[in-house]
Design a protein. Structure first.
Length: 414
Protein backbone atom coordinates (compact mmCIF):
# COMPACT_ATOMS: atom_id res chain seq x y z
CA UNK A 1 0.00 0.00 0.00
CA UNK A 2 1.21 3.51 -0.81
CA UNK A 3 2.52 5.02 2.44
CA UNK A 4 1.04 8.43 1.67
CA UNK A 5 -2.42 6.89 1.23
CA UNK A 6 -1.95 4.98 4.48
CA UNK A 7 -1.05 8.17 6.33
CA UNK A 8 -3.99 10.02 4.80
CA UNK A 9 -6.31 7.30 6.06
CA UNK A 10 -4.74 7.51 9.52
CA UNK A 11 -5.43 11.25 9.52
CA UNK A 12 -9.09 10.47 8.98
CA UNK A 13 -9.27 7.79 11.69
CA UNK A 14 -8.47 7.64 15.37
CA UNK A 15 -6.13 5.04 16.78
CA UNK A 16 -8.97 2.53 17.14
CA UNK A 17 -9.59 2.84 13.37
CA UNK A 18 -13.30 3.37 13.74
CA UNK A 19 -14.05 6.94 14.68
CA UNK A 20 -13.32 9.98 12.51
CA UNK A 21 -11.11 12.65 14.02
CA UNK A 22 -12.03 16.30 14.24
CA UNK A 23 -15.64 15.55 13.39
CA UNK A 24 -16.88 19.09 14.13
CA UNK A 25 -14.08 20.64 12.06
CA UNK A 26 -14.61 18.22 9.17
CA UNK A 27 -18.36 18.73 9.21
CA UNK A 28 -18.05 22.52 9.33
CA UNK A 29 -15.56 22.50 6.46
CA UNK A 30 -17.73 20.23 4.34
CA UNK A 31 -20.86 22.23 5.21
CA UNK A 32 -19.13 25.44 4.14
CA UNK A 33 -18.21 23.92 0.79
CA UNK A 34 -21.68 22.39 0.32
CA UNK A 35 -23.65 25.50 1.20
CA UNK A 36 -21.35 27.80 -0.73
CA UNK A 37 -21.48 25.71 -3.92
CA UNK A 38 -25.25 25.20 -3.64
CA UNK A 39 -25.83 28.93 -3.27
CA UNK A 40 -23.57 29.64 -6.26
CA UNK A 41 -25.38 27.08 -8.44
CA UNK A 42 -28.83 28.42 -7.55
CA UNK A 43 -27.77 32.07 -7.88
CA UNK A 44 -26.20 31.62 -11.31
CA UNK A 45 -29.13 29.50 -12.56
CA UNK A 46 -31.66 32.11 -11.41
CA UNK A 47 -29.82 35.16 -12.73
CA UNK A 48 -29.04 33.62 -16.13
CA UNK A 49 -32.60 32.32 -16.42
CA UNK A 50 -34.03 35.70 -15.46
CA UNK A 51 -31.83 37.60 -17.91
CA UNK A 52 -32.65 35.24 -20.76
CA UNK A 53 -36.39 35.30 -20.15
CA UNK A 54 -36.60 39.08 -19.86
CA UNK A 55 -34.37 39.55 -22.91
CA UNK A 56 -36.46 37.06 -24.89
CA UNK A 57 -39.61 38.97 -23.95
CA UNK A 58 -38.19 42.31 -25.10
CA UNK A 59 -36.80 40.85 -28.33
CA UNK A 60 -39.90 38.74 -28.95
CA UNK A 61 -42.15 41.79 -28.70
CA UNK A 62 -39.89 43.88 -30.92
CA UNK A 63 -36.69 42.61 -32.56
CA UNK A 64 -32.90 42.75 -32.33
CA UNK A 65 -32.45 45.85 -34.51
CA UNK A 66 -35.00 48.56 -35.30
CA UNK A 67 -34.92 51.06 -38.18
CA UNK A 68 -36.98 54.23 -37.71
CA UNK A 69 -36.90 57.84 -38.80
CA UNK A 70 -34.08 60.04 -37.52
CA UNK A 71 -36.77 62.58 -36.58
CA UNK A 72 -38.59 60.04 -34.42
CA UNK A 73 -38.45 62.01 -31.17
CA UNK A 74 -41.86 61.75 -29.48
CA UNK A 75 -43.05 58.60 -27.73
CA UNK A 76 -45.28 56.61 -30.10
CA UNK A 77 -45.74 59.69 -32.34
CA UNK A 78 -43.52 58.41 -35.11
CA UNK A 79 -42.47 60.07 -38.33
CA UNK A 80 -42.91 57.59 -41.21
CA UNK A 81 -40.13 56.06 -43.27
CA UNK A 82 -40.40 54.39 -46.63
CA UNK A 83 -40.20 50.59 -46.49
CA UNK A 84 -39.65 50.02 -50.20
CA UNK A 85 -39.40 46.55 -51.69
CA UNK A 86 -35.78 47.20 -52.65
CA UNK A 87 -34.81 48.18 -49.09
CA UNK A 88 -36.57 45.15 -47.61
CA UNK A 89 -34.83 42.91 -50.15
CA UNK A 90 -31.37 44.36 -49.40
CA UNK A 91 -31.87 43.90 -45.67
CA UNK A 92 -33.18 40.35 -46.08
CA UNK A 93 -30.13 39.29 -48.08
CA UNK A 94 -27.60 40.28 -45.42
CA UNK A 95 -25.93 37.12 -44.07
CA UNK A 96 -26.53 37.78 -40.34
CA UNK A 97 -30.19 38.77 -40.72
CA UNK A 98 -32.86 36.07 -40.47
CA UNK A 99 -36.07 38.09 -40.77
CA UNK A 100 -37.26 41.59 -41.69
CA UNK A 101 -40.73 42.94 -40.90
CA UNK A 102 -42.63 46.23 -41.00
CA UNK A 103 -44.83 47.85 -38.40
CA UNK A 104 -46.78 51.07 -37.85
CA UNK A 105 -48.11 52.52 -34.60
CA UNK A 106 -50.80 54.98 -33.65
CA UNK A 107 -51.62 56.19 -30.11
CA UNK A 108 -55.26 56.44 -29.13
CA UNK A 109 -57.85 55.52 -26.54
CA UNK A 110 -60.33 52.72 -25.90
CA UNK A 111 -63.68 53.77 -24.44
CA UNK A 112 -66.41 51.58 -23.02
CA UNK A 113 -69.70 52.56 -21.46
CA UNK A 114 -68.15 52.98 -18.03
CA UNK A 115 -64.38 53.19 -18.49
CA UNK A 116 -61.53 54.22 -20.80
CA UNK A 117 -57.91 53.27 -21.39
CA UNK A 118 -55.03 54.89 -23.26
CA UNK A 119 -53.38 52.56 -25.74
CA UNK A 120 -51.12 52.25 -28.79
CA UNK A 121 -52.36 50.25 -31.74
CA UNK A 122 -49.57 48.47 -33.60
CA UNK A 123 -50.20 47.49 -37.18
CA UNK A 124 -48.37 44.54 -38.71
CA UNK A 125 -48.26 43.03 -42.17
CA UNK A 126 -48.44 39.50 -43.53
CA UNK A 127 -44.68 38.99 -43.12
CA UNK A 128 -44.72 39.87 -39.41
CA UNK A 129 -43.55 37.04 -37.14
CA UNK A 130 -46.29 36.59 -34.52
CA UNK A 131 -44.86 33.37 -33.06
CA UNK A 132 -44.03 34.97 -29.71
CA UNK A 133 -47.51 36.48 -29.36
CA UNK A 134 -49.03 33.17 -30.47
CA UNK A 135 -47.26 31.40 -27.59
CA UNK A 136 -48.89 33.82 -25.15
CA UNK A 137 -52.46 33.81 -26.46
CA UNK A 138 -54.81 32.97 -23.58
CA UNK A 139 -58.08 33.24 -25.47
CA UNK A 140 -59.21 33.41 -29.09
CA UNK A 141 -57.26 33.11 -32.34
CA UNK A 142 -54.92 35.43 -34.23
CA UNK A 143 -56.48 36.72 -37.48
CA UNK A 144 -54.59 36.98 -40.77
CA UNK A 145 -53.13 40.50 -41.01
CA UNK A 146 -52.22 42.02 -44.38
CA UNK A 147 -51.20 45.38 -45.82
CA UNK A 148 -53.94 45.50 -48.45
CA UNK A 149 -57.24 45.13 -46.57
CA UNK A 150 -58.65 46.10 -43.17
CA UNK A 151 -59.43 43.11 -40.97
CA UNK A 152 -61.29 45.23 -38.40
CA UNK A 153 -59.91 42.76 -35.85
CA UNK A 154 -57.60 43.43 -32.97
CA UNK A 155 -55.56 41.50 -30.39
CA UNK A 156 -55.54 43.02 -26.91
CA UNK A 157 -53.70 42.16 -23.71
CA UNK A 158 -55.27 40.46 -20.72
CA UNK A 159 -54.46 43.45 -18.51
CA UNK A 160 -56.45 45.81 -20.77
CA UNK A 161 -59.24 43.25 -21.14
CA UNK A 162 -59.52 42.89 -17.36
CA UNK A 163 -59.51 46.66 -16.78
CA UNK A 164 -62.25 47.29 -19.35
CA UNK A 165 -64.14 44.00 -18.85
CA UNK A 166 -63.62 42.98 -22.50
CA UNK A 167 -63.92 39.44 -23.90
CA UNK A 168 -63.10 37.91 -27.27
CA UNK A 169 -65.80 38.64 -29.79
CA UNK A 170 -66.61 42.03 -28.21
CA UNK A 171 -66.59 45.13 -30.36
CA UNK A 172 -64.62 48.02 -28.93
CA UNK A 173 -64.53 51.67 -29.94
CA UNK A 174 -61.11 53.23 -30.36
CA UNK A 175 -60.52 56.96 -30.73
CA UNK A 176 -57.60 58.85 -32.27
CA UNK A 177 -56.90 62.56 -31.96
CA UNK A 178 -55.23 64.49 -34.80
CA UNK A 179 -56.80 67.62 -36.23
CA UNK A 180 -60.08 66.11 -35.11
CA UNK A 181 -61.26 63.01 -33.31
CA UNK A 182 -61.67 59.86 -35.36
CA UNK A 183 -63.20 56.60 -34.23
CA UNK A 184 -62.73 53.00 -35.33
CA UNK A 185 -64.76 50.01 -34.21
CA UNK A 186 -62.70 46.86 -33.93
CA UNK A 187 -63.58 43.29 -32.96
CA UNK A 188 -61.48 41.55 -30.31
CA UNK A 189 -60.29 38.33 -31.91
CA UNK A 190 -57.73 37.23 -29.30
CA UNK A 191 -56.30 38.11 -25.88
CA UNK A 192 -52.60 37.72 -25.04
CA UNK A 193 -50.58 37.88 -21.82
CA UNK A 194 -46.80 38.26 -21.85
CA UNK A 195 -46.45 39.61 -18.27
CA UNK A 196 -44.34 42.42 -19.72
CA UNK A 197 -46.18 45.45 -18.41
CA UNK A 198 -44.47 47.94 -20.74
CA UNK A 199 -46.17 46.14 -23.64
CA UNK A 200 -49.27 44.56 -22.08
CA UNK A 201 -50.56 47.80 -20.57
CA UNK A 202 -50.63 49.70 -23.86
CA UNK A 203 -50.34 47.71 -27.08
CA UNK A 204 -53.08 46.38 -29.34
CA UNK A 205 -52.25 44.50 -32.54
CA UNK A 206 -54.09 44.89 -35.83
CA UNK A 207 -53.27 45.05 -39.55
CA UNK A 208 -50.83 47.64 -40.87
CA UNK A 209 -53.35 48.77 -43.51
CA UNK A 210 -55.71 50.13 -40.82
CA UNK A 211 -52.94 51.92 -38.91
CA UNK A 212 -51.52 53.52 -42.05
CA UNK A 213 -54.96 54.85 -42.94
CA UNK A 214 -55.32 56.27 -39.44
CA UNK A 215 -51.93 57.97 -39.84
CA UNK A 216 -52.87 59.15 -43.39
CA UNK A 217 -49.69 57.58 -44.76
CA UNK A 218 -48.90 56.10 -48.12
CA UNK A 219 -48.96 52.34 -48.60
CA UNK A 220 -45.15 52.05 -48.51
CA UNK A 221 -44.70 54.20 -45.38
CA UNK A 222 -44.29 52.63 -41.93
CA UNK A 223 -43.26 53.59 -38.42
CA UNK A 224 -40.29 51.28 -38.54
CA UNK A 225 -38.63 48.10 -39.73
CA UNK A 226 -37.76 45.35 -37.26
CA UNK A 227 -34.83 43.03 -37.95
CA UNK A 228 -34.02 39.68 -36.35
CA UNK A 229 -30.39 38.56 -36.14
CA UNK A 230 -29.22 34.94 -36.13
CA UNK A 231 -26.75 35.52 -33.29
CA UNK A 232 -27.77 37.88 -30.48
CA UNK A 233 -24.12 38.51 -29.55
CA UNK A 234 -23.61 40.11 -32.98
CA UNK A 235 -26.44 42.64 -32.89
CA UNK A 236 -24.00 45.53 -32.41
CA UNK A 237 -21.98 44.49 -35.45
CA UNK A 238 -25.12 44.02 -37.54
CA UNK A 239 -26.49 47.37 -36.41
CA UNK A 240 -23.21 49.10 -37.29
CA UNK A 241 -23.33 47.52 -40.74
CA UNK A 242 -26.93 48.67 -41.28
CA UNK A 243 -26.20 52.12 -39.90
CA UNK A 244 -23.23 52.49 -42.24
CA UNK A 245 -25.34 51.50 -45.23
CA UNK A 246 -28.10 53.96 -44.29
CA UNK A 247 -25.77 56.79 -43.22
CA UNK A 248 -27.11 60.13 -44.47
CA UNK A 249 -29.54 58.34 -46.79
CA UNK A 250 -33.18 59.42 -47.02
CA UNK A 251 -36.31 58.03 -48.61
CA UNK A 252 -38.29 59.64 -51.40
CA UNK A 253 -40.37 61.50 -48.82
CA UNK A 254 -37.29 63.19 -47.37
CA UNK A 255 -37.05 61.20 -44.11
CA UNK A 256 -33.61 60.05 -42.89
CA UNK A 257 -33.18 56.46 -41.69
CA UNK A 258 -31.83 55.65 -38.25
CA UNK A 259 -31.07 52.20 -36.82
CA UNK A 260 -30.57 51.11 -33.21
CA UNK A 261 -30.34 47.87 -31.28
CA UNK A 262 -32.97 46.63 -28.87
CA UNK A 263 -30.49 47.46 -26.07
CA UNK A 264 -30.30 51.09 -27.21
CA UNK A 265 -34.08 51.24 -27.52
CA UNK A 266 -34.59 49.92 -23.96
CA UNK A 267 -31.54 51.11 -22.01
CA UNK A 268 -33.20 51.00 -18.57
CA UNK A 269 -34.19 47.35 -18.84
CA UNK A 270 -30.84 46.13 -20.13
CA UNK A 271 -28.89 48.28 -17.66
CA UNK A 272 -30.91 46.61 -14.91
CA UNK A 273 -30.10 43.17 -16.35
CA UNK A 274 -26.39 44.04 -16.56
CA UNK A 275 -26.50 45.04 -12.90
CA UNK A 276 -27.52 41.47 -12.06
CA UNK A 277 -24.12 40.28 -13.32
CA UNK A 278 -22.46 42.34 -10.58
CA UNK A 279 -24.74 40.72 -8.00
CA UNK A 280 -23.70 37.27 -9.21
CA UNK A 281 -20.00 38.09 -8.91
CA UNK A 282 -20.55 39.41 -5.38
CA UNK A 283 -22.33 36.17 -4.42
CA UNK A 284 -19.61 34.03 -6.01
CA UNK A 285 -16.83 35.89 -4.19
CA UNK A 286 -18.63 35.76 -0.83
CA UNK A 287 -19.56 32.08 -1.09
CA UNK A 288 -16.06 31.15 -2.27
CA UNK A 289 -14.64 33.07 0.68
CA UNK A 290 -16.97 31.29 3.11
CA UNK A 291 -16.09 27.89 1.67
CA UNK A 292 -12.36 28.64 1.63
CA UNK A 293 -12.17 29.98 5.17
CA UNK A 294 -14.14 27.06 6.61
CA UNK A 295 -11.71 24.70 4.89
CA UNK A 296 -8.75 26.68 6.26
CA UNK A 297 -10.10 26.44 9.81
CA UNK A 298 -10.75 22.72 9.36
CA UNK A 299 -7.24 22.09 8.02
CA UNK A 300 -5.62 24.01 10.86
CA UNK A 301 -7.58 22.04 13.45
CA UNK A 302 -6.63 18.74 11.82
CA UNK A 303 -2.94 19.75 11.68
CA UNK A 304 -2.98 20.69 15.37
CA UNK A 305 -4.69 17.42 16.31
CA UNK A 306 -2.15 15.47 14.27
CA UNK A 307 0.93 17.30 15.55
CA UNK A 308 2.20 14.09 17.16
CA UNK A 309 1.85 12.18 13.86
CA UNK A 310 3.67 14.95 11.98
CA UNK A 311 6.54 14.78 14.46
CA UNK A 312 6.82 11.00 14.05
CA UNK A 313 6.82 11.32 10.23
CA UNK A 314 9.58 13.92 10.39
CA UNK A 315 11.59 11.74 12.77
CA UNK A 316 11.28 8.91 10.24
CA UNK A 317 12.75 11.12 7.50
CA UNK A 318 9.69 12.60 5.79
CA UNK A 319 10.24 16.16 4.60
CA UNK A 320 7.86 19.08 4.96
CA UNK A 321 6.71 19.01 1.32
CA UNK A 322 5.72 15.34 1.49
CA UNK A 323 3.71 15.87 4.68
CA UNK A 324 2.08 19.00 3.24
CA UNK A 325 1.00 17.04 0.17
CA UNK A 326 -0.59 14.42 2.40
CA UNK A 327 -2.66 16.96 4.28
CA UNK A 328 -3.56 18.85 1.09
CA UNK A 329 -4.67 15.56 -0.51
CA UNK A 330 -6.85 14.89 2.52
CA UNK A 331 -8.27 18.41 2.23
CA UNK A 332 -9.08 17.84 -1.45
CA UNK A 333 -10.92 14.68 -0.40
CA UNK A 334 -13.03 16.72 2.05
CA UNK A 335 -13.62 19.41 -0.57
CA UNK A 336 -14.78 16.74 -3.02
CA UNK A 337 -17.29 15.33 -0.52
CA UNK A 338 -18.56 18.82 0.25
CA UNK A 339 -18.88 19.65 -3.43
CA UNK A 340 -20.81 16.42 -4.03
CA UNK A 341 -23.42 17.43 -1.46
CA UNK A 342 -23.40 20.99 -2.75
CA UNK A 343 -24.23 19.77 -6.25
CA UNK A 344 -26.98 17.52 -4.95
CA UNK A 345 -28.57 20.34 -2.93
CA UNK A 346 -28.14 23.07 -5.56
CA UNK A 347 -29.29 21.01 -8.54
CA UNK A 348 -32.22 19.58 -6.57
CA UNK A 349 -33.46 23.08 -5.74
CA UNK A 350 -33.02 24.16 -9.37
CA UNK A 351 -34.88 21.13 -10.73
CA UNK A 352 -37.74 21.56 -8.26
CA UNK A 353 -38.17 25.20 -9.27
CA UNK A 354 -37.73 24.40 -12.99
CA UNK A 355 -40.44 21.72 -13.12
CA UNK A 356 -42.87 22.73 -10.35
CA UNK A 357 -42.26 26.51 -9.92
CA UNK A 358 -43.10 26.71 -6.18
CA UNK A 359 -41.52 30.19 -5.83
CA UNK A 360 -43.74 32.77 -7.52
CA UNK A 361 -43.03 36.40 -8.43
CA UNK A 362 -45.15 39.45 -9.16
CA UNK A 363 -45.05 39.74 -12.98
CA UNK A 364 -45.90 43.45 -12.83
CA UNK A 365 -42.57 44.03 -11.08
CA UNK A 366 -40.27 41.26 -12.31
CA UNK A 367 -41.82 40.57 -15.78
CA UNK A 368 -42.03 36.85 -14.99
CA UNK A 369 -44.59 34.94 -12.91
CA UNK A 370 -42.11 32.61 -11.18
CA UNK A 371 -38.39 32.43 -10.44
CA UNK A 372 -36.78 31.37 -13.74
CA UNK A 373 -34.08 28.71 -13.87
CA UNK A 374 -31.49 28.20 -16.62
CA UNK A 375 -30.12 24.64 -16.68
CA UNK A 376 -26.65 24.82 -18.22
CA UNK A 377 -24.28 21.88 -17.71
CA UNK A 378 -21.19 23.79 -18.87
CA UNK A 379 -21.76 26.56 -16.33
CA UNK A 380 -22.18 24.03 -13.51
CA UNK A 381 -18.93 22.29 -14.49
CA UNK A 382 -17.10 25.63 -14.51
CA UNK A 383 -18.54 26.50 -11.08
CA UNK A 384 -17.27 23.20 -9.68
CA UNK A 385 -13.81 23.71 -11.17
CA UNK A 386 -13.72 27.29 -9.89
CA UNK A 387 -14.71 26.19 -6.38
CA UNK A 388 -12.19 23.35 -6.31
CA UNK A 389 -9.25 25.39 -7.60
CA UNK A 390 -9.87 28.42 -5.38
CA UNK A 391 -10.44 26.28 -2.26
CA UNK A 392 -7.23 24.31 -2.81
CA UNK A 393 -5.20 27.46 -3.47
CA UNK A 394 -6.52 28.99 -0.24
CA UNK A 395 -5.22 25.95 1.67
CA UNK A 396 -1.65 26.16 0.36
CA UNK A 397 -0.64 28.96 2.73
CA UNK A 398 -2.00 27.41 5.96
CA UNK A 399 -0.38 24.08 5.08
CA UNK A 400 3.04 25.67 5.65
CA UNK A 401 2.25 25.50 9.39
CA UNK A 402 3.59 21.93 9.14
CA UNK A 403 7.12 23.26 8.54
CA UNK A 404 7.00 25.04 11.94
CA UNK A 405 6.42 21.79 13.83
CA UNK A 406 9.62 20.46 15.51
CA UNK A 407 9.88 16.64 15.75
CA UNK A 408 11.32 16.48 19.25
CA UNK A 409 8.66 18.67 20.80
CA UNK A 410 5.74 17.45 18.68
CA UNK A 411 6.28 13.75 19.53
CA UNK A 412 5.55 14.62 23.19
CA UNK A 413 2.53 16.75 22.11
CA UNK A 414 -0.90 15.48 23.21
Amino acid sequence: MNWKLFIARRIYKNNDGNKEVSKPAVRIAMAGISIGLAVMIVSVAVVIGFKNQVRDKVVGLASDVIITSLDDAQLYMTAPIQASDSLMEVLSQKPDITHVQRYSVKPGMIMTSDNFQGMVVKGVGQEYDLSYIREHIVEGEIPVFTDTVATNSVIISKSIADKLNIKTGDRIYTYYVDDNVRARRLTVSAIYQTNFSAFDDYFLLTDIYTVNRLNKWEADQVSGIEINVDDYSRIDAVNDDIRTGLFESSDKYGQNYFSRTIVEANPQIFAWLDLLDLNVWVILILMTGVAGFTMISGLLIIILERTNMIGVLKAMGADNNSIRKIFLSFSVFLIGRGMLWGNVIGLSLCLIQYFFEPVKLDPSVYYVSSVPIELNVLIYILLNLFTLIVSVLMLVGPSYLISRIHPARSIRYE
